[in-house]
Design a protein around this ligand. Structure first.
Ligand SMILES: [Zn+2]
Length: 122
C-alpha cells in the first residue's frame, strides 16, 4: 500500500499520467520514489569504483602527514625524503596522485592540419 501524506495536492503525474497526490516535480509518490532509487543507483555506479574507501584512507593520511610536516616547518629536503620513504604505502593511490595521460592520437597534430593536407616529416 502506498503511504501518502494527507495534505498533498492532487494532480496529474507527468510520468504515469494518473490523477494522484503529487510528491514533487509533478510526479506521484510511486514515480517520485522510483526516480529517486534510479538516481541513487546511478550515483553509486558512477562514484563507487573511482575512489575506494581504502584509497580515501591512504590519501587522507598522506594529506595529514604533509600538513603536519608543514606545521612543524620541516625543511623541503626532509619532506621529500619522507615522501620517498613512504612511497610503497602510496602504491594503491598512485594513479590518483599521478593520473595517466588521456589516450592520445598516434599523430598528435592530426586535428590541427587541414583535412587533405599531407603530413610533413622533418
Ligand atoms: Zn506517477
Amino acid at each position: 500500500m502506498e503511504i501518502v501524506p494527507q495534505d498533498r495536492r492532487i494532480g496529474e503525474c507527468i510520468n504515469c499520467g494518473l490523477e494522484k497526490p503529487i510528491a514533487a516535480f509533478d510526479l506521484c509518490y510511486t514515480c517520485y520514489r522510483r526516480e529517486g532509487r534510479q538516481a541513487d543507483r546511478k550515483f553509486l555506479d558512477k562514484h563507487n569504483p573511482g575512489v575506494t574507501r581504502d584509497q580515501k584512507r591512504i590519501l587522507s593520511g598522506y594529506a595529514k602527514m604533509l600538513g603536519g610536516l608543514g606545521d612543524m616547518a620541516v625543511p623541503r629536503g626532509t619532506v621529500l625524503l619522507i615522501c620517498r620513504m613512504i612511497k610503497p604505502w602510496l602504491v594503491p593511490v598512485e594513479q590518483l596522485l599521478n593520473p595517466p595521460p588521456p589516450c592520445v592520437e598516434t599523430d598528435a597534430f592530426a586535428s590541427e592540419r587541414e583535412p587533405n593536407q599531407p603530413s610533413t616529416t622533418h
